[in-house]
Ligand binder design. Structure first.
Ligand SMILES: Cc1cc2nc3c(=O)[nH]c(=O)nc-3n(C[C@H](O)[C@H](O)[C@H](O)COP(=O)(O)OP(=O)(O)OC[C@H]3O[C@@H](n4cnc5c(N)ncnc54)[C@H](O)[C@@H]3O)c2cc1C
Length: 432
């Protein structure tokens, strides 16, 4: 294989760009393809949400060195950025640097990745031929590039899960899609009119759901007729509250503390252990959700809007001709499954890991960033940066550095904190 070929990075999120910074540091050429018109596209979808980790954990080391070399001022390390500030104060200045800018292609989704002249089945001399990457360049012509290695950092945010507990997007859910927001709407500003004084059902129990519930709680302070419903599959709400004051990231702990507060003040009607099976519109244009709660059918009526915070899933369609593998349950990189499986891993703290755990059957192909976690939650930027550092070190022959995974992630401090059951309004204590 021609050593002069570049490494292709797919996805211009923070982790794809960290990989680019590490390649620059090691004098390796690269091309980066980003499907949307802006770098850090997914952060802009929740630009109004304040991150729980301060800048110190949100900037990759190689990217930092590059910015410092060009005397670009860095944000204060203790401050908590908004999602959009990750783009405006970090990713955008980074991609404008002369070492980066010429090699980044926006509006250029990758459609296929394969190996030159061979399909997936052929083994002989497979490692000797380059990768081919088919790109819809500038969203116009399709163009093929060759690469000696490929890093897939395409995230999962663009493929949200449905609200249906079985994970299947039903015809009924599609029919009412204009009343379901998949993501975190800007409830207090841009989307205020959509939600104020309405009955809003939030589905899910991750950080996105917590952010959504907190904003709805704030909206209710001025728009008193806003009714908040929270539907989650978990039985134990304390799992959602996290480590609270024990969390080593105080802002992440605060999310749990603030949620506990609005729950204990009775601002939210909670439906735990609820498996949604069906959603439909009734004659008065209201939505009705039907599910199973503690083995009994449960119907929740008179809903105006639904906010789906049920996680996301990776897209493997463009990797059809690549020998890649994933955990059959989580769709994450297989060696990560035991570290992040929410069925067995109650604590949100994940051991850092590197190239060895991320290695795929196709030599020189890696999935990193939030996509490496598949459907599992709790991905942290700092984890992705360490993945990028280790993978690039290995690709460039520095195997010692690739092995040395020395990142220390802040502990979530999760322990089982019991929530006073009497003060939380669950479906069992709502007048029905
Ligand atoms: C509400 C919220 C708050 C969070 N807060 C924190 C926090 O405080 N601290 C923390 O550490 N983490 C936090 N995270 C998690 C983490 O920051 C994100 O998951 C992060 O965006 C992951 O980065 P990534 O580069 O792996 O993927 P993404 O940011 O998802 O980037 C993937 C990029 O790939 C592009 N793409 C997709 N498909 C293609 C294709 N076929 N071709 C070309 N490009 C493609 C997308 O457009 C996108 O720009 C938070 C996440 C959420 C949702």
């Amino acid at each position: 294989m021609k050593e002069s070929l570049p490494v292709v990075i797919i996805g211009g999120g923070p982790v794809g760009l960290a990989a680019a910074a590490h390649l620059i540091k090691r004098n390796e050429s690269f091309l980066l393809f980003e499907s949307s018109e802006q770098i850090g596209n997914h952060f802009l979808h929740y630009g109004h949400v304040r991150l729980f980790s301060p800048w110190e954990f949100n900037i990759d080391q190689a990217a930092k060195e590059l910015l410092e070399k060009h005397k670009i001022p860095l944000p204060c390390k203790n401050e908590l950025p908004l999602g959009k500030e990750i783009v405006t104060q970090y990713l955008k200045p980074l991609t404008e640097l002369p070492e980066m800018q010429p090699y980044i292609y926006l509006n250029s989704p990758v459609l296929h990745v394969g190996k030159k002249g061979v399909d997936k089945v052929k083994t002989k001399d497979r490692d000797l031929v380059p990768f081919i990457i088919r790109v819809k360049l500038n969203n116009q012509e399709e163009k093929t590039y060759e690469a000696k290695a490929v890093i897939d950092a395409t995230g999962t945010w663009q493929n949200p899960n449905p609200i249906n507990a079985e994970g299947i997007m039903t015809e009924n859910e599609k029919r009412v899609a204009d009343r379901i927001y998949y993501g975190i709407p800007d409830i207090l500003n841009r989307d205020r009119n959509r939600y104020q004084n309405k009955t809003v059902a939030v589905v899910g129990s991750g950080h996105s759901a917590v952010n959504t519930l907190l904003e709805l709680g704030e909206l209710k302070e001025t728009a008193k007729n806003t009714d908040i419903i929270w539907i989650l599959r978990k039985q134990d709400i304390s799992e959602v509250l996290g480590g609270e004051s024990n969390d080593q990231l105080p802002a992440r702990g605060q999310l749990g503390i603030r949620l506990r507060n609005i729950l204990e003040n009775g601002l939210v009607k909670v439906f735990p252990s609820m498996m949604i099976q069906h959603i439909e519109q009734t004659f008065n244009r209201k939505l009705k959700i039907i599910g199973i709660q503690q083995q009994k059918q449960k119907t929740i009526e008179n809903i105006d809007e639904v906010i789906a915070n049920t996680g996301a899933r990776p897209d493997f369609t463009f990797l059809r001709e690549i020998r890649h593998t994933f955990d059959s349950a989580l769709e994450c990189v297989p060696d990560l499954a035991d570290l992040i499986d929410p069925n067995i891993h109650s604590c949100g703290t994940v051991r850092p890991h590197g190239e060895k755990e991320l290695r795929q059957p196709e030599r020189n192909f890696y999935i990193i960033g939030s996509k490496s976690y598949g459907r599992a939650p709790t991905f942290l930027l700092a984890t992705g940066y360490e993945q990028a550092r280790s993978v690039v070190a290995y690709m460039t022959g520095d195997k010692e550095s690739a092995k040395r995974v020395d990142l220390k992630l802040p502990e979530t401090g999760v322990c089982k904190i019991a929530l006073k059951p009497a003060v939380v309004k669950t479906s069992c204590c709502i007048d029905e």
